[in-house]
Design a protein around this ligand. Sequence first.
Ligand code: SAM
Ligand code: ZN
Ligand code: ZN
Ligand code: ZN
Length: 381
Amino acid sequence: MDHEYEVEKVIDKKEENGVVYYLLKWKNFDESNNTWEPAQNLNCSELVQAFNLEKALEQWLIEEDLCILRQQPQNDTICKKSKTKNMLKFEHSHQTFVHNDEPQIPIFNDIDNQGIPLEFTYVDDYVYGEDVPRPEQYQGPIVGCDCEFSKCKAKQCSCLKKENRGRLYYNRTTGAVNLEPGNAIIECNDACSCDLSCPNRVTQRQRNVSLGLRRFAEKGWGVIALQHIPKDSFITYYLGEIITSQEADLRGNKYDEVGKTYLFDIDFYDDDSTATSFFTIDACKYGNISHFFNHSCDPNLVVFPVLNGICDIRLHHIAFFAKRDIEFGEELTFDYVGAVESKHKSDSISMEVDIQIQEENMSKYECKCRSENCRGYFLVV
Ligand SMILES: C[S@@+](CC[C@H](N)C(=O)[O-])C[C@H]1O[C@@H](n2cnc3c(N)ncnc32)[C@H](O)[C@@H]1O
Ligand SMILES: [Zn+2]
Ligand SMILES: [Zn+2]
Ligand SMILES: [Zn+2]
């Protein structure tokens, strides 16, 4: 009878006569039993990915003359500029900062002695503030598809026929988004018969791109890519505490005084004609990696509103996608001004910004994005 041998770790890689081999450490066997196996025989793509990422990271650290800052957020120890291999074992780093199965977030700082602010709490879902309806309180109609397969098909799925003229929002194989900015993505929801592997549930499957945090001299923390990210890939949601617009006004004033910009209106469906209240995401205290996305006048991220499990359209998600190919080490940024085009308004509102509002009502921040077309500042209400 054949025994199933389990790979514990990928140790090394080589190429001979055009064939790629990986050196494997086998589970329950010591290192002397490690063997080289051709890539095509392997059935452990996640371990191979982790190995390749670690190698790429190692190379990048050498080129950038950086190291991973391994301290817990509460310690303010500065990064020592050594590049020992064990520093690269980022799977152990910052466990307090990483949730669910999303790739870990290594932290790099060779600028100053700042850690991650202690008051920041990492979340992997919205936090519902006062007077904000909870999803479980939703009483409206829930419409879902009754596709026979776990993966919906564009021409047959009632969700896709109704919402997107029988076309998928995403590439079936890669999950790349295929939609003009200014439109919302209506994904399958809790009432649909399909499962999480459905091609119309891309953003529900969590972030799977590897990202890191890097300290920048002029902008504070920012987010960098730790892999090549193909154009149109889903990156992550903008998460935080959902608050009423009244509360957002109050907090906005306070944040202004200390130069904080973390408010993001979720008002894609606000047509100004109803008295219905709309909501704002405040990512200041609670948030995910998107808390650290900086502004750029030439951004590499684009934002789409996404409706999925939550059926109240006023509580839709905000999802970031790659606007173009993003290279290893490149910073991920979005345009704080006009990130989401509203369904009803000619202009957009994001990070509490509405270009139509008089400039005197807005705070002006000096922009340090360094892009060729930098406007020199960005405005925040
Ligand atoms: C949403 S936070 C981004 C994360 C922030 N850098 C940090 O360290 O937590 C927005 C703040 O980052 C800084 N920032 C973002 N983009 C910037 C830019 N293009 N130029 C200068 N400062 C920027 C400003 O202080 C702004 O209030
Ligand atoms: Zn589906
Ligand atoms: Zn369907
Ligand atoms: Zn700029």
